[in-house]
Design a protein around this ligand. Structure first.
Ligand code: AMP
Length: 500
């Protein structure tokens, strides 16, 4: 059996790997490390969770032992599609490079340029960047790319999805042709193959799992449900509560707005929950992720920005609140669980309108996914109250708004306390008198202020929302507003003056 010692890595690297507790290289490591040390180009086809990061970090550390960095002339460059992924690669350099004295600069958006500039000035052995921020630095004249010896493009298919390919092409033109290029992608659609052909010279191709395969350790199930957000939220809550072995979970939504909505809904139902999506400021994203990694948060509602490459060991469950539109995203999402041989569970909520996306996923992974409780044809008719006539729903809505009791239909959405397993307690909302129209307008303006963006669950915004929630009855889990909806005329909201 191949060991790390057989791969040609330096003593310093081997000792750090031993300290990390790893003895046997994973297949991508065993395949990529020896040719990378021989300065060969690499085409690595591997999904996240396979040990892909160490497969380029370890040989880079060994190669970097010879030579020194010069001011503003980095020696190696790693491109990552997201800030989190870039930060994670930097952590890998810390872990495996603990016996080296290398300068690692992390250039990501959302944080100030100043400290990044100082690091570049000192001379960076390793530059880890998202493409946009790197180009910003280049345009500011702070960087010379002519000293780059090793160029790593990680998660190339994700870069393609995120529209980064033109940026990468620009960056590649700034780096000497004689460089070594290490190129990684989980899938190899034709566009990525074209890019690989353009960037790589006689590469060593290492493919560790068939493209787009899913880990065998993950139990996958489909859950049929109706195509209404409140039905889906209710189904999701039941599903979460039914999982005896749930330690922590990532819940994926297709849209950022839905991440924010679902986050608030779960929070209101008493779940320990955080949110992660691309519109959040960097500090909130980092805080959320750290809280989730430290088990301070049990559920993380996320957009696909979190789907790829985030190394959160031991996620027990993945829930797809939405069926992903791109079939490859399914593979990446469920790759968050069942990592490094552990077992995991992945549930996908499927509505009638999702069948074509589901077909594409099953075709891609070349397997039929089992239904948990019968397929869409077994789905019972939507609950009576959800089928209420639009007019009645509108009237109920109006009554709630005017400070009346919550309609009885609400009880369908909140489970009795004793049924809750993950949740300690359901927060019972006290419905207070509705604010007058002027206050509602103020809230509307606050919502329009980007600092109070509903999609940005930063602590400050949470505070604002909590304050609003205490003043309003929040209808998030009820049927979609109809009738007057949010545009209820102001005169209908004026509270009658109390008699002295
Ligand atoms: P990655 O695919 O790079 O995100 O790595 C997935 C996980 O596997 C990370 O938690 C790594 O720390 C871990 N890992 C990397 N290499 C090995 C190895 N040789 N043996 C066991 N676990 C590893």
């Amino acid at each position: 059996m191949t060991t790390f010692a057989d791969l040609g890595l330096s003593q310093k690297v081997l000792s750090a790997v031993t300290d990390a507790g790893y003895t046997i290289p994973t297949p991508i490591q065993a395949g990529a490390i020896p040719p990378a040390l021989q300065r060969r180009d690499i085409l690595g086809i591997a999904q996240t969770g396979t040990g892909k990061t160490a497969s380029f970090v370890l040989p880079m550390l060994t190669l970097l032992e010879k030579g020194r960095a010069r001011a503003r002339m980095p020696r190696t460059l790693i491109l990552e599609p997201t800030r989190e992924l870039a930060a994670q690669v930097a952590e890998n350099f810390e872990k495996y490079g603990k016996n080296h004295k290398l300068n690692v600069a992390l250039l990501i958006g959302g944080v100030s340029f100043d400290e990044q500039d100082r690091k570049l000035e000192r001379g960076a052995d390793v530059l880890i960047c998202t493409p946009g921020r790197l180009l910003d630095h280049c345009e500011r004249g702070k960087l010379l790319m002519t000293g780059v010896e090793v160029f790593v493009i990680d998660e190339a298919d994700r870069m393609l999805d995120m529209g980064f390919i033109p940026d990468i092409e620009r960056i590649a033109k700034m780096i000497p042709f004689t460089r070594q290029t290490l190129f990684f992608s989980a899938t190899m659609p034709p566009e990525i193959q074209k890019l690989a052909d353009q960037f790589l010279q006689n590469p060593e191709r290492i493919e560790v799992a068939p493209p787009s395969s899913t880990a065998k350790t993950v139990t996958q199930r489909l859950v049929a449900c109706h195509n209404k957000d409140y039905e889906k939220r209710s189904t999701l809550r039941d599903l979460i509560r039914a999982q005896d072995d749930l330690k922590n979970a990532i819940i994926f939504c297709n849209r950022k707005k839905d991440v924010a909505d679902l986050f608030r809904s779960l929070e209101r139902h008493g779940f320990s929950v955080g949110a992660l999506h691309g519109d959040m400021d960097q500090r909130s994203r980092t805080t959320m992720l750290a809280g989730f990694k430290a088990n301070a948060i049990t559920l993380l509602v996320a957009s696909d920005v979190a789907a790829r490459g985030l190394d959160i060991p031991d996620v027990s469950h993945v829930f797809n609140f939405d069926v992903p539109i791109h079939a490859e995203d399914y593979v990446h999402r469920i790759g968050r669980t069942g990592r490094a041989g552990r077992s995991g569970a992945a549930f996908t909520l499927v509505t009638r309108s999702d069948t074509k996306f589901l077909d594409a996923i099953e075709k891609l992974i070349d397997q039929k996914i089992e239904w948990l409780d019968g397929d869409l044809s077994a789905l019972p008719a939507p609950a009576e109250s959800h089928d209420e006539s639009r007019g009645k729903r509108g009237r109920d809505k109006g009554r709630e708004r005017r400070g009346g009791h919550k309609s009885d239909t609400r009880s369908e959405y909140v489970k009795p306390v004793e049924e809750q397993q993950v949740v300690e307690a359901v927060k019972v909302e006290v419905v207070k008198a509705e604010p007058v129209a002027a206050e509602r307008r103020t809230d509307k303006r606050r919502d329009q202020n980007p600092r109070n963006n509903r999609n940005n669950p930063s602590p400050a915004n949470d505070d604002n929302r909590d304050r609003r929630r205490n003043r309003h009855h929040d209808h998030d889990d009820g049927p979609t507003p109809v009738g007057f909806g949010d545009d209820i005329p102001a005169f209908m909201l004026i509270v009658a003056a109390a008699k002295a």
